[in-house]
Ligand binder design. Sequence first.
Ligand SMILES: [Zn+2]
Length: 486
Amino acid sequence: MTRTATPRQRDADARRADLRTRLTAPPFFSPALCARAAADVWSAQWLDARSLAARGRQRLASLLRFARTQVPLYRRLHRGLPPPSAVPLADLPVLRKVQVMADLGQSLADGAPDARAIEAFLADPAQIGAPLAGHYAVWTSSGSTGVPGVFVHDGNALAVYDALELLRFRGQSLRPLRGGPLLAAERYAMVAAIEGHFAGVATIERLRRNFPLLSPYVRAFSVLQPLPELVAALNRYRPTLLAAYPTAAELLADEQQAGRLRLALDELWCGGETLSPAARRRLRQVFGCRVREAYGASEFLSIGWPCRHDRLHVNADWVLLEGIDADGRPVPPGVPSQTTLLTNLANRVQPLIRYDLGDSITLLPGPCPCGSPMPAIEVHGRCDDVLAIAVRGGPAVKLMPLALATVLEDEARVSDFQLLQTRPQRLALRLGAAERARAGTARETLRAYLRRLALDHVTVDLDPAEPCRDPASGKLRRVVNALPAA
Ligand SMILES: [Zn+2]
């Protein structure tokens, strides 16, 4: 029987839930947790493939036991399935983002903050990188599959992600302590969408909160600002490590070549979009530094790390990836998958088990010359275009696909869209049927952004067609140069 709670009862319920969280959830930041996660990640380097797989199976069984008793979604989804230690991963049901987002509260462990608390937290930009209810990180993901996502991570998971970043991704690249402390030797800049609770910027803000001494050496820069302002800000900051989407990195390479940007980088990290071999060569040549590929998501921050042979290895002790075809069957090594299922072995507050990530990957055949038993993959990321539009009587401004997507997703709140440049001064916006009601807002938001870049003469048409996939690759490209070939 259900009862309608009075405000007083609701307050009491909220206080009890809060107390439960304080008593049972791992802390948002704890040196002990970080040390334990670091020791675990460190020790995994001596595991062979069999021991690595055994560790993964053990963690999966433990996660399943937890999820089936503590998380409403899995109590329902896994009802009647064999016990955790007896069921292969491939026999478990696939979880899709729409299922998670249809009822966010059902995907969270008992005692976690409810969907309303999460919504209020996300509505406040001052909370980016702060803990929700003192314990949890909350990240949103862009709607590259047409549905935006919300992901909650507990302190254990955060400690594991940080250990993987520091000991695997950074482990091979920590600059020698040349006559000074580490902090003074490196300055890290990330160029990204920073006007929202995205995993990248939220992680930077979390590290700045947890380690205040690090703050001057770790900074995020917005892709939404006009390029000359971004260039000036980077010149002032003088980073030694730069992380950016490949399209953003290429625009910055143009600036560096023209002498307006003057960076002396030790390393450039690229992720989020496909990094073609040609782009990698050019970036390496222009910046005179190593270019490394990063692979992470709002669902698991540090999925892979590039070894010294520039192969991307999956952190298979903490995250399981399965490349599958359109019928859900596993694809053999060497064949690109239709999508990828992710199982996060580190996070309990919102377990993701065989979660459809939407990415296409190829498992690379054979052992890697570096000797790591962790599987190596190639990620086939987004391939959106950079658009070039001339200001009145002046030079062309280049528009990064990430910036355009952020304006539409974060400011106009549409996620199922496609933006095409149909003429030199003309854009066409297509929206999915469910988002047509926001067409006017989306167009106005886009025009306001163009005005900020002195592109107020550009026309934005609303195209009644649905966003459509590229007939050759089958990919949905969201920002497309559709100018007739010259
Ligand atoms: Zn390797």
